[in-house]
Design a protein. Structure first.
Length: 185
């Protein structure tokens, strides 16, 4: 039993590093995508899709390894509802961006509709909400810490994106940000 706990902790540490490194790669990809050769772009797009899917699968596998009996059935159901709400926000946001979710456009415009009227980074917010909901649903303390790692990683990446968006769209971005209900997420 002690060996199993140690292995779960090793998996947890590996996944924390994976989150930070893989989302760091995605942030780098967005900054450099239009600057690299067109031949490299499909590889970068494939890598981004792989990273997104592998992080989702890894989180599910991890919380199932660390799943415990919930404190209460109501709390478990609440966690599931929170996770679904996060997933809906994530999917809704991605559907608004369309292909720009994975392939930035040189002539892209500032998106200010749908969930982007609520917050500047709804995909990140949806992913974090979903992660915390799944951690509550699975009663996984390590899942909760893992969701915190995702939150911190995405906060750093969002800050970098803010700089790029400000550089790209200037005062239009600042005005948009002021009009969102949650300008910091």
């Amino acid at each position: 039993m002690e060996s199993l706990k140690f292995n779960i902790i090793r998996i947890f540490v590996f996944l924390c590093y994976y989150v930070a490194i893989s989302y760091g790669f995605v942030a780098w990809k967005y900054r450099t995508f239009l600057k690299v050769s067109k031949g490299l772009r499909p590889f970068l797009t494939f890598a981004h899709v792989f990273i997104a899917l592998s992080n989702i699968v890894a989180f599910f596998v991890f919380i199932m390894l660390d799943r415990h009996t919930p404190i209460s059935t109501a709390l478990s159901w609440l966690g599931l509802a929170i996770a679904i709400a996060g997933a809906v926000l994530l999917i809704w946001s991605g559907s608004i961006l369309g292909i720009a979710t994975f392939i930035p456009s040189a002539d892209g415009k500032l998106i200010t509709t749908g969930p982007y009227r609520i917050t500047t980074h709804p995909m990140y917010l949806g992913g974090v909400i979903g992660g915390f909901g799944l951690a509550i649903w699975s009663a996984s303390l390590l899942g909760l810490v893992y969701a915190l790692v995702i939150l911190l990683t995405l906060m750093i990446i969002a800050r970098e994106e803010e700089r790029e968006l400000l550089e790209r769209f200037g005062s239009a971005y600042l005005n948009y940000k002021k009009q969102t209900l949650i300008p910091f997420a």
